[in-house]
Design a binder for this molecule. Structure first.
Ligand code: IMP
Length: 173
């Protein structure tokens, strides 16, 4: 069941602008490739990259999702790889939400093995109390408590991604 609004579209827009400003000043002199982690990143990724004043290359990667539940299986499977060569590039991995950290930890390893110049992590949301693996998140939009959220790209069983605000999702029963 769809619950209260956790972050409104206005709050999201403000934080996306703030993150873009921070990232912009970090981009000076770099050779940036922005890699979005599908599918949850799409709204955040497109809003964020459009706010940047630097030209950046974009690509996408997809891992297996949570399926139909609200807890992580702890196993990440690559579903779609990037096509760009990241060797000697400055990679910005863009994630919707960091929960246990498993997805990012695996993806950082995968990207590092391809010899980029640097890897930075950008996440709209973080649930620090749920972390099982510490991952270095360089740019964070909001830290939230341990609630399951949907909207602005985030889903429950592939539903609610296109909601403009982020809501709590309360499992039935
Ligand atoms: P992690 O590997 O446990 O950090 O999980 C990261 C992924 O789990 C995210 O990219 C989301 O796809 C999904 N996820 C984690 N928490 C939520 C949530 O509250 N709502 C929707 N998806 C979530």
């Amino acid at each position: 069941m769809l619950g209260r609004v956790v972050l409104s579209r206005d709050q999201i827009a403000n934080v996306v602008e703030r993150l873009a400003e921070e990232i912009d000043s970090d981009l000076e002199g770099r050779s940036p490739v922005f890699i979005g982690i599908l599918k949850g990143c799409v709204y955040f990724f497109t809003d964020l990259t459009r706010c940047l004043s630097h030209t950046v290359e974009v690509d996408f990667i997809q891992t297996s999702s949570y399926g139909t539940g609200t807890t992580s299986s702890g196993t990440v499977v690559l579903v779609k790889d990037i096509t760009v060569d990241v060797r000697d590039r400055d990679v910005y991995l863009v994630e919707d939400i960091v929960d246990t950290g498993t997805t990012l930890a695996d993806l950082i390893q995968l990207i590092e093995a391809r010899h980029p110049r640097s890897v930075q992590i950008v996440a709209l949301l973080s649930k620090p109390s749920r972390r099982k693996i510490e991952v270095p998140v360089d740019f964070i939009g909001f830290e939230i408590e341990d609630v399951f959220v949907v909207g602005y790209g985030l889903d429950f069983a592939e539903r609610y991604r296109n909601l403009p605000d982020i809501h709590e999702y309360v499992p039935e029963g």
